[in-house]
Design a protein around this ligand. Structure first.
Ligand code: F6R
Length: 250
């Protein structure tokens, strides 16, 4: 079932997310965290870093990686993960994996095997694209998809051009965990902030479950939490119900 938590802003969401992540990491001696890149999780990483937890035994798997960037490119997700997550949180870089951009043929299947060998993902953090993607599963992706090479949509490339010098520099292909992979995580935590995400958040949480809105797959998950700020919640029809339900179960 999907629980929806509506908070004032991204800072408050980061604190709430850090609380849930900390609780999930306490469930196993060698817990496994699914990590997302992009702007949305930044307040969560900052809130987690402030807690100064001992996270040296945590294993982590990133959702996705661009193909076609030079090794060590500052916008490769390996570099982003090291810079924005591994170092600030004190994770062991050896225990943190990103899909292997150097081996698009065998890398995706090996990634699935590595996640399974680690015992599966305890909590998968997710952002959501304006077009409804999770990971880089663009609209039209199968809800049962596995880790694979995928094309980025033009919309996603335009949205991510802000991290690159120009649109032309944004890769056209990636390796992404599939929606089926994401659904196998024990818990999902999807975050979204800002008015520009309001329409897609409503579609994902309250619309039909469909490949047209890959994030709607969270509705099929038994333990999914969505944390949104007031702006991203503004398209939700049942927000009064979510607020009351959250208070009831808190
Ligand atoms: C990132 C990822 C993407 C982003 C999404 C939202 O690893 O898989 O699905 O979560 O594009 O990006 P931001 O947070 O920058 O709005």
């Amino acid at each position: 079932m999907t629980r929806v938590m509506i908070v004032e802003d991204a800072e408050a969401a980061g604190e709430a997310a850090a609380e849930l992540i900390q609780a999930a990491l306490a469930t196993r001696p060698e817990p496994v965290l699914g990590i997302a890149t992009g702007s949305t999780p930044l307040t969560s990483w900052a809130a987690l870093a402030r807690r100064r937890l001992e996270l040296g035994r945590v294993r982590a798997f990133a959702l996705d990686e661009y193909l076609g960037l030079a090794p060590g490119h500052p916008q490769s997700y390996r570099a982003v993960v090291d810079r924005e997550i591994v170092r600030p949180l004190g994770l062991d870089p050896e225990r943190v994996q990103t899909p292997d951009a150097a081996d698009p043929v065998h890398g995706p299947a090996r990634y699935e095997e590595a996640i399974a060998a680690a015992g599966g993902i305890d909590l998968q953090l997710l952002g959501i694209g304006r077009n409804g993607h999770i990971g880089f599963n663009e609209p039209g992706s199968s809800l049962a998809s596995a880790t694979r090479v995928a094309l980025l949509s033009e919309e996603t490339r335009r949205d991510n051009a802000r991290f690159f010098g120009s649109l032309d520099e944004v890769p056209t292909r990636c390796i992404t965990q599939g929606i089926g992979t994401i659904r196998r995580a024990r818990r999902l935590l999807l975050l979204a902030f800002g008015e520009h995400k309001a329409t897609v958040v409503a579609a994902a949480v309250e619309g039909a479950v469909s490949a047209s809105v890959p994030a709607s797959a969270i509705q099929l998950h038994p333990d999914a939490t969505v944390i949104v700020d007031e702006a991203a919640a503004s398209g939700l029809v049942y927000s009064a119900y979510y607020r009351a339900s959250w208070l009831e179960t808190a």
